[in-house]
Design a protein around this ligand. Structure first.
Ligand code: DHB
Ligand code: FE
Length: 287
């Protein structure tokens, strides 16, 4: 059976792509951010996941404001990146796993979720930057991928509780897949940031650290927030926290956090990186 072996949450700021292209990992501005990743790569090297299921928000590359699905699941054999206008180089393409994608789609629909199904799909910086951070060898991706989008752009957005439940449904779907696969789940975006409007540049360290604590040991606390609460506390783009909540929902075992990093700022954003391990909990014996 497929197993969710762990998870990763990370910011996905496009400027990271520029810094990678310009080899600025040791630059004093970038070093504290990039230093968060060697332990992540050591873990990936040890565990060797076969598939990455990536919860992220599309910023206008595959969907736009004219058509914006709440949840979307990729079911393509291959996903391409394209120029989004951020001035970052495009990455190579990413292998999909259509069979696993369709299994997830069938199961979440049976669980009463209604995602859009993408048999063709471009992936944006919220997908490509985390992949580059995990696997820095240029264009070499040792995992197949399943992109899963959560609308955090066009209001109304799904509630944190809905995103957590959606993540749970995706997690159940993955763990009912009959092939012996090791799956890592990602949530990308955040933490607090606001790119425009009167509060442009807004960052809330106290709230971010609270989220980083709750996401490990008490994720249900995050589901008690409303979208409005998150916008107020984390900024209008801080709602990308929804992808973290869904990722955490997918992990139903005993979840530990062997590594984390929090750094302000990278671009306009409080950058946060967290690595999770998910150990299965044996089902309780029936009384
Ligand atoms: C930035 C952050 C984002 O989440 C994003 O999608 C684009 C830009 C930034 O801080 O520059
Ligand atoms: Fe973003």
């Amino acid at each position: 059976m497929a197993r969710i072996v762990g998870g990763l949450t990370t910011s996905h700021i496009p400027a990271i792509g520029r810094a990678i292209a310009d080899k600025k990992q040791q630059d004093p501005y970038w070093k504290p951010f990039f230093d968060a990743f060697p332990p992540v790569r050591e873990w990936l090297d040890k565990v060797k996941p076969d598939v990455a299921v990536i919860f992220y928000n599309d910023h206008g590359l595959t969907y736009f404001l004219d058509k914006m699905p709440t949840f979307g699941i990729g079911a393509a054999p291959e996903y391409h990146h394209a120029d989004e206008g951020w001035g970052i180089p495009t990455t190579g393409s990413f292998k999909g796993d259509p069979k696993l994608s369709w299994h997830i789609i069938e199961n979440v629909v049976a669980d009463e979720f209604d995602p859009i199904m993408n048999q063709e799909m471009l992936v944006d910086h919220a997908f490509t930057i985390p992949m580059q951070l995990m696997y820095p060898a240029e264009g070499v991706w040792p995992v197949r991928t399943v992109p899963i989008t959560i609308n955090s752009v066009q209001h109304p957005l799904p509630t944190p509780k809905r995103c957590f439940d959606f993540g749970r449904a995706v997690g159940r779907a993955i763990e009912s897949y009959p092939e012996d696969l090791k799956v890592v789940v990602l949530g990308t975006g955040g933490l607090s940031h606001q790119l425009d409007g009167e509060r442009a540049g807004f960052i809330n360290k106290e709230f971010d650290l609270w989220c980083m604590d709750k996401v490990v040991n008490d994720p249900e606390a995050l589901t008690k927030l409303s979208v409005r609460d998150i916008v107020e506390k984390a900024g209008s783009q801080g709602v990308e926290l929804l992808t973290w909540i869904a990722m955490r929902g997918a992990m139903t075992g005993r979840v530990t956090n062997p590594h984390k990093s929090y750094h302000i700022p990278i671009s306009n954003t409080a950058s946060a990186v967290m690595l999770f391990e998910n150990t299965p909990v044996p089902a309780a014996k029936a009384a």
